[in-house]
Design a protein around this ligand. Structure first.
Ligand code: GLN
Length: 468
């Protein structure tokens, strides 16, 4: 029996290298868990029938001395990252039966290393949501309490790792979609600096915000997966050659207390304060900082993101894939097809986005939102001259009940109040498990760092794993 609960990428690699077990054995162990648990949790939309064949190839690589860090490692992939020849649908009806015709850049890189793709995971439709309840294929449940949500939009990927149905997973971040489910499921989730990971081959939501992002049980696992997928790609003009800055072993942590004076759950707050004490005792210097513009991050996000969503989703018309509805005219056909193909949340955002981009409102909303966005960027640039990290809770509450907030979009949007600043400023951030509530639900804190300072986050993340 392989101890999946305590398994890390490095332990698995070692064991495969020493012949303790093969990649096929490892994939089988995860497939067995999937068989037992996925029906209830609904983390996977599809388990790939060729998973064991992929594992066999990985075993060949290992035998031939070609093993790299990700060789033979079972990984779950969010349903908005393309794998050639496999279905990919962003959990939307409008993309039903779409089969990817090429590999996303990150998939290409992982294939070269011989990683084993176990399956594609459930998500909020087009990555819009914070609970994996807007999927066209049913909700995903939190393994810590199956009456609760796993967070979102990358809820399926988070649950796959948290319930030992994959060793690591990829999700995407537009505004917290990896950190927030990591927080609800007790995992590490990294939001890379904008541009560090190519967006080529991911179904776009908000182009100026999207990043593919890793989940792991440990900081080291998230780091290894991040290292494997990062890098420049000619297919994404915003991707950049890895300019990772070595860790400066920064010791100064700034806390913007004014951002969470209200609306934060008491257990989250108590745990946050305890975490701060632990960091103090470990020799970190804690300073009080002010980020006056950052409190508008979420408001800015809910203008810029829908604007980008409305243009990105305008291409889906049911003509080449997805269910097509006949109409009396071309317009009528579009209307019927798109009304049936998109869920309520996607439609809401298409409408908001169209509105903020329309003549007469463009200046008042869209343009102004970008101005505030630049002010937030500058605010972070300045604050990182004074501190090495900015620390906040990852989410204002632990995992909430299924069904909750579904009829109150604004309450749902507020789940990302602490994740939004990093996406808006394009900086990097990491969510780290920091304890449990009385009801045994995971709690989490988040460190943000300046552009390209992922290594600092891994450094402080590993320290925090020792002291938490
Ligand atoms: N909660 C965010 C939203 O609903 C999540 C976006 C994301 O990161 N994909 O837009």
């Amino acid at each position: 029996m392989i101890d999946l609960k305590n398994l890390t990428i490095e332990k698995a690699s070692e064991a495969m290298k020493n012949g303790e077990y093969t990649s096929v054995d490892l994939a089988r162990a995860y497939l067995k868990n999937i068989e037992e648990k996925n029906k209830e949790l609904n983390a996977y939309l599809e388990v790939f029938s060729d998973a064991l064949d992929q594992a066999k190839k990985a075993d060949e690589m290992i035998k031939n001395g070609k093993q790299t860090k990700m060789t033979g490692i079972p990984i779950a992939i969010k349903d908005n990252i393309l794998i050639k020849g496999k279905k990919c649908g962003a959990a939307s009806k409008i993309l039903e039966n779409y089969t990817a015709s090429y590999d996303a850049f990150v998939i290409k890189k992982l294939k070269e290393e011989g990683a084993v793709f176990i399956g594609r995971t459930n998500m909020d439709e087009f990555a819009m949501g914070s609970s994996t309840q807007t999927s066209a294929y049913g909700v995903t449940r939190n393994p810590h309490d199956t009456e609760r949500v796993p967070g979102g939009s990358s809820g399926g990927s988070a649950v796959a790792v948290a319930s030992l149905m994959a060793l690591v997973a990829l999700g995407t971040e537009t505004c917290g979609s990896v950190r927030q489910p990591a927080s609800f499921c007790g995992l590490v989730g990294l939001k890379p600096t904008y541009g560090m990971v190519s967006r080529s081959g991911t179904i776009a939501m908000g182009n100026s915000l999207d990043q593919i992002a890793p989940f792991g049980k440990t900081v080291r696992d998230a780091e290894i997966l991040f290292d494997a997928i990062k890098g420049e790609d000619e297919m994404d003009a915003t991707s950049i050659e890895s300019v990772l800055i070595p860790s400066r072993e920064g010791k100064i942590i700034g806390i913007p207390w004014h951002l969470f004076e209200e609306g934060v759950d008491k257990e989250v707050m108590d745990n946050f304060k305890e975490s701060v004490e632990k960091l103090k005792n470990a020799g970190y210097k804690i300073v009080d900082i002010k980020l006056p513009y950052s409190q508008y991050s979420l408001a800015v996000y809910y203008i810029i993101m829908p604007a980008e969503v409305s243009t990105n989703l305008s291409r889906f018309d049911g003509v080449r894939y997805g269910p097509r509805k006949d109409g009396e005219s071309v317009n009528d056909e579009y209307k019927k097809t798109r009304s049936a193909g998109f869920g309520a949340e996607a439609r809401r955002r298409i409408m908001i986005g169209t509105y903020v981009l329309s003549h007469g409102y463009y200046d008042a909303y869209y343009k102004r939102a970008w101005r505030v966005r630049h002010a937030i960027e500058r605010e972070f640039e300045n604050i990182f001259k004074e501190v090495d990290f900015v620390l906040t809770p990852t989410t204002p509450t632990p995992a909430f009940k299924l069904g909750e907030k579904m009829n109150d979009p604004v309450a749902m949007y507020l789940c990302d109040i602490f994740s939004a600043p990093a996406n808006i400023a394009g900086i990097t951030a990491i969510a780290l498990p920091s304890g449990m509530t009385g009801k045994k639900l995971p709690l989490s804190i988040q460190f943000m760092a300046n552009h390209f300072h992922e290594k600092d986050l891994f450094d402080i993340g590993k320290k925090f794993e020792e002291i938490r």
